[in-house]
Design a protein. Structure first.
Length: 521
């Protein structure tokens, strides 16, 4: 009977556990210096080695040989007598935990410690957690608990506070690649590097997933890219690239042919959209120089703003087709809508502005006609001229004489903008970072930082100019500059003069009452 690769190559020593050295080094030190804790919590993404580390630790604490575990001494060979494993996903009742509580009083059979490994511990019921709590609080000296979970936020704080917590991380792609090469060499399999890269990318930092994917290809004499893709049922990367090219060029005909081809080949459109979103995300990260996961020539032709817009649009389409009886047809229709209505070029922005202006004028004409028909005289002499903003071609700060002090503050705010972009990356908010970095600080008065955009970047300005985002950015700028500030957005050709005597009050009113329109008389 075939045995899965992830079981054959499950780590047996701390040295076999790759990518988690920040954890294994501490555990080895504790064993060496007899500083074991009574309870451990291993948490992190699936397939990163939590359960494997728990099993190695359980053997190592009782081992009397070297290195630990040695698999030669009596405690290692008979360790099953003192190691109890419980899968909380299927054994999550109070009775299961009571059995453990009743048995912890008995001394270990062979080694120094009895070890209880509870996997998926977050699945325990509230009653089961309460039953476990007392034992964790005052355990016998010969008992060690090792809890493992992918969702530590679901564990009560009373349990968390009684455990030594270790956070497992996703395994680096380079480490995964080296491990897979080693496994294939052990199995005597020939392979192509490109095929291996596909497995590494699809495993998303999980060693178990990588070995499970490789298991599907073990029947091949030679593991190559094309055959692997057909086995995994995945969409080939060329289709991702073509999809992006047609989206960029707004080539609806070619896009429909591509979707028809995928449908004829039996591709699951819902799965394709999911994978396409992941591909775009990786491309966005690479565009922002955060990672190097995608290698395509198209990268030089696509901007971060394109990807942000496409990801938003595709995410909306994904929601629409989730429960659709005919997802392929709905996908085509929604894609055509997005491609026809999107306006990424300056010309499209101009057309949209003209259309909006024509629509506004038509509404005004209709109102005047209604008033004339109702017998109301419309006199241009009695109407006060409407005060309109003055637009100029030059940035506002070029038309305003700035003091040396404010110029210095503007430079500090511009430097702070770059630091705020870094903070957004740390908060995993690359979308806002991409929007913000296209703006430039032009004024800094009355504790208000004015950030301006070119008209060609109206997409960025519209997306970032929301109360929620302004509140977040104001908080981050305040944190960087160590003074209370607010953020305001505008175009370069707007606000030719910031009135020193009124702006502070006006901006404060706008900030406090965003739904009210204020005008300076």
């Amino acid at each position: 009977m075939h045995q899965a690769l992830y079981r054959i190559y499950r780590p047996k020593t701390f040295q076999d556990i790759v990518g988690q050295e920040h954890i294994t080094s501490i555990l080895e030190h504790q064993i060496l210096n007899d500083m074991m804790s009574h309870a451990y919590l291993f948490c992190g993404p699936r397939g990163t080695g939590k359960t494997s580390t728990a099993k190695v630790l359980a053997k190592a604490v009782n081992c009397i040989g070297e290195p630990k575990p040695c698999y030669q001494c009596k405690p290692c060979l008979e360790s099953d007598l003192d190691i109890m494993e419980l899968d909380a996903a299927s054994n999550n009742s109070v009775d299961n935990i009571r059995d453990i509580r009743d048995n912890v009083v008995f001394m270990p059979s062979v080694g120094r410690y009895k070890i209880y490994i509870i996997d998926e511990v977050h699945m325990l019921s509230a009653g089961a957690f309460n039953a476990l709590l007392k034992t964790l609080e005052e355990p016998p000296a010969h008992v060690i608990f090792i809890l493992a979970t992918t969702e530590p936020q679901k564990i009560p704080s009373t349990v968390l506070s009684r455990c030594q917590r270790f956070d497992f991380k996703k395994i680096d792609n380079e480490i995964l690649h080296k491990r897979l090469v080693w496994v294939l060499e052990q199995e005597g399999k020939s392979f192509e590097e490109e095929a291996l890269e596909i497995i590494v990318q699809k495993s998303d930092g999980a060693m178990r997933d990588a070995l499970s994917l490789m298991d599907k290809a073990m029947s091949l004499e030679h593991i190559n890219r094309e055959t692997l893709l057909s086995i995994l049922g995945d969409v080939q990367e060329e289709q991702y690239v073509h999809f992006l090219k047609y989206l960029k060029a707004k080539d609806i005909v070619s896009m429909l042919k591509l979707i028809e081809k995928m449908d004829n080949e039996g591709t699951d459109i819902k799965f394709f959209v999911q994978q396409m979103l992941e591909y775009m995300r990786n491309l966005l990260l690479q565009t922002l120089q955060i990672s190097q996961t995608v290698q395509v020539e198209l990268l030089s032709e696509i901007e971060a703003s394109d990807l942000v817009a496409w990801i938003e649009q595709l995410a909306e389409i994904q929601t629409m087709i989730k429960y659709a009886p005919s997802p392929c047809s709905l996908f085509e229709v929604q894609l055509i809508k997005q491609m026809e209505l999107s306006g990424d070029t300056g010309e499209n922005h101009e057309l949209q502005s003209l259309r909006q202006e024509v629509s506004r004028l038509r509404e005004e004409i209709d109102k005047i006609r209604e008033r004339v028909q109702a017998g109301v005289v419309v006199s241009s002499e009695k109407r006060k001229p409407e005060k309109k903003p003055v637009f100029v071609e030059k940035p506002a700060n070029e038309l305003v004489e700035l003091t040396g002090e404010e110029q210095k503050k503007i430079e500090q705010a511009q430097e702070a903008l770059q630091k705020v972009c870094e903070l957004l990356i740390q908060k995993r908010d690359a979308g806002k970072k991409a929007l913000l970095q296209e703006g430039k600080v032009i004024r800094f008065v009355h504790n208000v930082i004015y950030i301006a955009y070119e008209r060609a970047y109206s997409f960025h300005k519209d997306k970032i100019d929301t109360n929620e985002t302004k509140s977040l950015l104001s908080h981050l700028f305040t944190e960087v500059l160590t003074e209370e500030v607010r953020v305001s957005f505008l175009y370069f050709d707007e606000l030719t003069e910031i009135r020193e005597e009124n702006d502070g009050v006006l901006e404060k009113l706008k900030w406090e009452f965003p739904e009210v329109t204020f005008e300076i008389q």
